[in-house]
Ligand binder design. Structure first.
Ligand code: F6R
Length: 234
């Protein structure tokens, strides 16, 4: 693991962008992308750049089940709002949470990943060490699958919805095994809230209790964190 400590999230987004830019110059064609607040400064750096992604492919980590793509809370819409409307890719894949058969959609997504091997995978991290929607206890070799959201995630998501029954209960997520196939992985984390998860990821044992700790087994994993997220590292 290559840990890089930066001043703040703007510097982190810029550093991740610089790494991706060099990889693209060297032939990278497929980016694995994440949603959430963390990658936004990276997407802002991508938008501000003169790089063209229109001959590249993007593959997102996850999506809610049963949420229409045009719902403002869907990850399809998040990606349009924060990146794709300004910087389109030739092909952008986000898991199909509206599929009638979610298991089939998950299997189809694995075929997409196999046909488009991810050159650089971007990740955020949950306060409990989750990556994608792979919560503590997930199979470290798992593939894209349907996930039941934990009560704490449902609780945290409530603020985005008018009615409690609209809060998604399930998601479709790349598994940890799918994520680990990325040739390079860049995990981003900012703020004190993430300090415990970063300590466990970087200095703890590799364990399914902290899904991100599996990145210790990847031979090209870069962890970009600000000083607050690094504050508990020894
Ligand atoms: C998003 C994702 C999640 C987030 C994580 C951190 O696609 O898969 O694992 O990366 O929950 O979220 P933020 O960045 O909002 O703190």
């Amino acid at each position: 693991m290559d840990v890089k400590i930066v001043k703040d999230k703007v510097a982190g987004g810029q550093l991740a962008f610089d790494i991706i830019k060099e990889d693209i110059t060297n032939g990278a064609k497929v980016l694995g992308l994440a949603t959430g607040s963390t990658p936004i400064t990276l997407y802002q750096a991508m938008i501000a750049s003169d790089l063209d992604f229109s001959n590249m492919t993007s593959i997102n980590l996850d999506e809610y089940v049963g949420m229409p793509f045009d719902n403002p809370q869907s990850y399809h819409q998040f990606m349009k709002d924060n990146l794709f409307n300004k910087k389109p890719f030739a092909h952008s894949y986000v898991p199909d949470g509206m599929a009638e058969d979610i298991e089939q959609a998950a299997a189809d997504y694995e075929k997409i990943i196999a046909a488009n091997p991810i050159d650089v995978q971007i990740l955020g991290i949950g306060r409990n060490g989750h990556i994608g929607f792979n919560e503590p206890g997930s199979d470290l070799e798992g593939r894209t699958h349907k996930v039941q959201l934990t009560e704490s995630t449902i609780e945290a998501n409530k603020r985005f919805f008018e009615r409690e029954e609209d809060v998604p209960r399930y998601a479709i997520s790349m598994g940890i095994g799918s994520i680990m196939q990325g040739k390079k992985i860049i995990l981003l984390a900012y703020g004190e809230d993430k300090a415990d998860a970063i300590k466990a990821t970087v200095e703890g044992p590799v364990t399914s209790h902290v899904p991100a700790s599996v990145l210790q087994n990847h031979d090209d994993a870069i962890i970009i964190i600000d000083e607050a997220a690094a504050s508990k590292l020894s």
